[in-house]
Design a protein around this ligand. Structure first.
Ligand SMILES: NC(=O)c1ccc[n+]([C@@H]2O[C@H](COP(=O)([O-])OP(=O)(O)OC[C@H]3O[C@@H](n4cnc5c(N)ncnc54)[C@H](O)[C@@H]3O)[C@@H](O)[C@H]2O)c1
Length: 334
């Protein structure tokens, strides 16, 4: 299926990944509706496409069934990214479930009523929990460690059920860690790369939780969103599930070294604190299924992607040198 001539709904389109996806869809000439309640996203994230006649932004909540129904009318393709994150689930598990699991059910029900041509559910590698076999395939058992992982997995099961039971043409995607401009640094959404960068830019050492031996598989956000579109267009993936990541693992202490090197602050030495609760020790993706379905060649190496990300955070830091105050050390407790 080709996305051209389809009206696209991006739920969570004002967030980090969602806003990059919206930019890419607009660049491709498509008409896009964003549904977001701006809990963690912002209109500023969509500044590059603001005012485009191809874009409509609707402020609304996916926990409201009527909103989901109204917004989904006339939609051909849905990308569902709206959610509350992993650290949020540690301090507010019930609300996390409400948005991630129940909100997804509302989005699916609305998609069924609107007879959409494709529903892309953006899940997460967190559903795997403590995997034992590496790299992680789609057949690896899921055993999440958090309500976030559990509620996102519930969303996958509901997505599958709407394909099997109601013939909604769905696909589930499990992205591994993303990074890039506009990634979150503040509050409970703050991620490791922006946090390392903003501390280094402020002359402070990176804080590593645990002994630095955890691994993550980092994908640059532009590569992620271009691939999400290819996945949406791939008929062979309908009804299925696919991992999405770069395919290389990086140790967190190596990442800290790389960030310090790129920032020009090799004089700073990381400090170590106790493990975060329910932190997954190792994430490393097997992309074989993805590569068998579509042409997948991430364009951006970690080093290049970090440089682009640093440009963004350097500007942000210059404009607001007090941005560090928005970063809480133990940000799963906020
Ligand atoms: N960032 C990553 O590294 C990563 C990795 C794996 C999976 N994912 C998945 O990708 C998706 C996007 O992640 P992100 O990093 O861009 O997160 P994000 O928080 O930036 O984006 C989520 C968006 O959903 C919105 N939202 C939250 N609750 C809502 C509600 N009730 N109604 C409407 N909108 C609501 C937020 O305001 C935000 O704009 C998520 O589904 C996440 O599970 C992200």
């Amino acid at each position: 299926m080709n996305l051209t001539s389809q009206k696209i709904l991006v739920a969570g389109g004002a967030g980090f990944i969602g806003s990059h996806l919206v930019e890419y869809l607009i660049e491709r000439g498509l008409t896009v509706v964003v549904l977001d309640n701006f809990r963690n996203g912002s209109r500023a994230n969509l500044a590059a496409v603001a005012g485009s006649p191809q874009l409509e932004i609707i402020e609304g909540d996916i926990t409201d069934a009527a909103t989901c129904r109204r917004v989904s009318q006339d939609i051909g393709v849905v990308f569902h990214l709206a959610c509350l994150g992993v650290r949020h689930s540690l301090h507010n598990p019930l609300e996390n479930h409400q948005v991630n699991a129940l909100g997804t059910l509302h989005m699916l029900e609305a998609a069924r009523a609107a007879k959409v041509r494709r529903f892309v559910y953006v899940s997460t590698s967190e559903v795997y929990g403590r995997a034992m076999d590496f790299p992680i395939r789609e057949t690896t058992a899921t055993w999440p460690l958090t309500v976030y992982g559990g509620s996102k997995l519930a969303g996958e099961h509901y997505t599958r059920a709407y394909f099997e039971g109601f013939k909604v043409p769905t696909v589930c995607v499990r992205p591994f860690n993303n990074y890039g401009p506009r990634s979150h640094f503040a509050g409970d959404t703050g991620e490791v790369i922006p946090r390392f960068m903003l501390r280094a830019l402020s002359g402070l050492p990176p804080v590593i939780f645990g002994n630095g031996s955890y691994f993550r598989d980092f994908l640059f956000v532009r590569d992620c969103v271009e691939t999400l579109v290819k996945i949406a267009e791939c008929d062979a993936l309908v009804g299925g599930l696919v991992n999405l990541g770069y395919g290389e693992e990086t140790r967190v202490d190596e990442l800290a070294k790389l960030v310090l090197e790129i920032t020009g602050r090799v004089d700073l030495k990381p400090t170590y604190e106790a493990d975060r609760p329910a932190d997954i020790p190792r994430l490393w993706v097997d992309t074989a299924r993805l590569r068998s379905a579509i042409v997948f060649k991430p364009q951006t190496s970690l080093r290049d992607g970090l440089r682009v990300t640093l440009d963004h955070f350097r500007k942000l830091h210059q404009a607001n040198p007090r941005c560090l105050e928005q970063m809480t050390a133990r940000n799963w407790e906020v």
